[in-house]
Design a protein around this ligand. Structure first.
Ligand code: NAG
Ligand code: NAG
Ligand code: NAG
Ligand code: NAG
Ligand code: NAG
Ligand code: NAG
Ligand code: NAG
Length: 493
């Protein structure tokens, strides 16, 4: 397995070596010069490479903890390390528990159970207590759950909060039932445990099974459950690379995620983002920068933005203040694309980002309208991808995307072509998310959009308001809290 992966990495290395820093790297980067260096062929080659990492691994994906993901991390790191005069690069280790398998018996009858990421392995058997409301507040829980198994509804807040409340009241296990039809495959507690004893064995069950238990209990019956979950402790890595040149106290932070879901190779979601960043990082070495440029490839995005959250938590306020703007790129090549900009000024969805986010949106608008000369739409700035933890920390953020499982409207069909009434990416989180199903015309527009913003902010932050983290942090937190309580957030968690 490793041999073939290494062989592919070696081919890529040859290409990369041909681009070793040349004398022109003393020339200050411009949007146009950097954009010109971003070519479809280089993106396509790397997409196939990532796909090989998935298909050459036993799991056929690039989910965290898999060989395919580790190969992706090694490949990105080794590629950047070839430019060690230009970048400082490091891997930030993050320990995680990944769910392997789970079994549940309800009143002696076996039913389908789903492994939950971040939950510890173990076995629990006892009476089931249904937690009323959404189980997002401590007051939803009875004072004493000793020896009991808590049944909670999925949604509104991350399941990690619910499981931590249950565990603190003495529960020995938790069943999470789905808030929509279907199974809970690839689900995670979505919150990095605060301590080793924070969580108890947790298993996912379908909506139907959860509702069945609730009606038995409300009819006065007793329900006993026995659950077994198997988990594996792994260490996964964020990759962080920063230019040695440029003002180290004023950083433009550009990022994507390196992992995929379990269902497929994840080449659009979000290999397309990781590859775009890597290509831009390589091409940037031909130029000098005024502000430092930091590239990150987050791990465990699919498990609940864990890599980005872990990273933000590792920064003290001084380090956070150095990040003038964080840009996030995911889903860059959806087959039935729309060019979408995160609504940083709240003009379309009411949810604004910290000061600077509106200006970032305006910069992408300028790129689509005046440089790429294509239509664009806005998408909700909802914290659903890796920029979420940055918003919560009061750091200005922005980004562009091409669309995930959402359905293209008739109006968007007029604007972008493709097909109305069909998802932007029919392969979203499926095994068809492969290199051959990408839209390369869309991707090059998107990748050059990343190049445009990277070059623009590497030259100057003059278009952004002055940074004041104390003023914005409270506002960002309040706004996200209100939003998370709203119905719209429910089905996303
Ligand atoms: C349920 O369990 C409780 C306490 O263990 C017991 O008092 C009650 O009779 C049981 N109810 C039924 C319907 O079995
Ligand atoms: C669940 O049951 C399956 C099939 O019997 C078994 O392969 C698996 O190891 C079990 N998992 C746990 C955590 O008990
Ligand atoms: C913040 O973190 C950086 C990097 O770890 C460290 O060098 C610096 O001393 C810290 N500053 C404060 C005020 O703790
Ligand atoms: C934004 O807020 C206005 C006024 O409160 C409301 O009418 C509108 O529906 C909101 N829009 C969205 C997309 O939530
Ligand atoms: C932009 O969208 C309009 C419809 O709203 C369409 O007529 C026009 O051709 C589109 N422009 C481009 C460049 O695709
Ligand atoms: C930042 O905002 C706070 C609260 O609004 C204010 O007290 C402080 O003076 C501001 N700091 C700067 C450097 O503008
Ligand atoms: C912008 C976008 O659609 N990003 C997606 C990348 O992948 C994660 C996990 O699948 C999605 O939640 C994001 O929505």
């Amino acid at each position: 397995m490793w041999t073939s992966i290494a062989a592919f990495a070696a081919v890529a290395a040859t290409v990369v070596d041909g681009l070793a820093i040349d004398p022109r790297s003393n020339k200050l980067v411009t949007s146009e010069a950097l954009r010109k260096r971003i070519k479809v062929a280089a993106l396509e080659e790397k997409a196939h490479l990532l796909e090989r990492f998935a298909y050459d691994s036993p799991d056929k994906n690039r989910v965290i903890g898999s060989e395919g993901h580790q190969a992706t991390i090694d490949y990105i790191t080794n590629t950047i390390k070839k430019f060690s005069k230009y970048y400082d690069v490091y891997q930030q280790p993050m320990p995680l528990s990944v769910g392997l398998s789970a079994n549940v018996t309800i009143n002696g009858k076996e039913t389908e159970g789903y492994a939950v990421g971040l939950a510890p392995g173990g076995h629990a058997s006892g009476p089931v207590i249904a937690i009323p409301n959404l189980a997002c507040e401590e007051s939803d829980f009875p004072d004493d759950l000793t020896g009991k198994i808590a049944l909670v509804f999925r949604g509104t807040c991350v399941s990690g909060e619910k499981v931590a409340f249950a565990a603190a009241k003495g529960a020995i296990g938790v069943l999470v039932y789905n808030n929509v039809e279907g199974n809970l495959l690839g689900y995670s507690l979505q919150r990095y445990p605060e301590s080793d004893t924070d969580y108890v064995p947790t298993v996912g069950i379908s909506q139907a099974v959860g509702e069945g238990i609730i009606s038995l209990l409300s009819a006065g019956g007793n329900v006993t459950a026995e659950l077994t979950s198997e988990a594996k402790d792994i260490t996964t890595y964020n990759i962080i690379a920063q230019t040695k040149g440029g003002d180290q106290n004023n950083v433009i932070h550009v990022s994507g995620h390196s992992d995929s879901v379990a269902q497929g190779p994840g080449i659009n979601d979000n290999g397309s983002g990781s590859i775009s960043l890597l290509e831009i990082a390589i091409q940037l070495t031909h130029f000098s920068v005024k502000n430092a440029v930091r590239f990150s490839w987050w791990t465990a995005e699919e498990e609940g933005l864990l890599g980005a959250e872990f990273y933000v938590k590792s920064l003290n306020q001084t380090e956070k203040d150095k990040i003038r703007l964080m840009l996030d790129f995911d889903m860059m090549a959806s087959p039935n694309y729309a060019f979408q900009i995160y609504d940083g000024d709240g003009s379309a969805y009411n949810l604004t980002g910290p000061p600077g986010s509106a200006e970032a949106e305006a910069e992408f608008t300028h790129y689509f309208e005046n440089i790429a000369k294509v239509n664009h739409t806005e998408i909700e700035f909802d914290g659903r991808s890796d920029y979420g933890p940055f918003l919560d920390a009061g750091i200005a953020a922005g980004g562009i995307a091409c669309g995930a499982e959402g359905i293209k409207t008739e109006e968007e069909f007029q604007m972008f072509g493709g097909a109305a009434g069909v998802p932007y990416d029919v392969n979203y989180h499926e095994d068809g998310d492969t290199a051959n199903n990408l839209n390369y015309d869309a991707w090059i527009v998107m990748a050059r959009g990343i190049a445009h913003s990277t070059a623009t902010y590497a030259r100057s932050f003059d278009s952004l308001p002055p940074k004041n983290s104390t003023a914005v942090k409270a506002r960002a937190e309040t706004q996200m809290f209100e939003y998370k309580k709203s119905g719209r957030y429910l089905s996303m968690i």
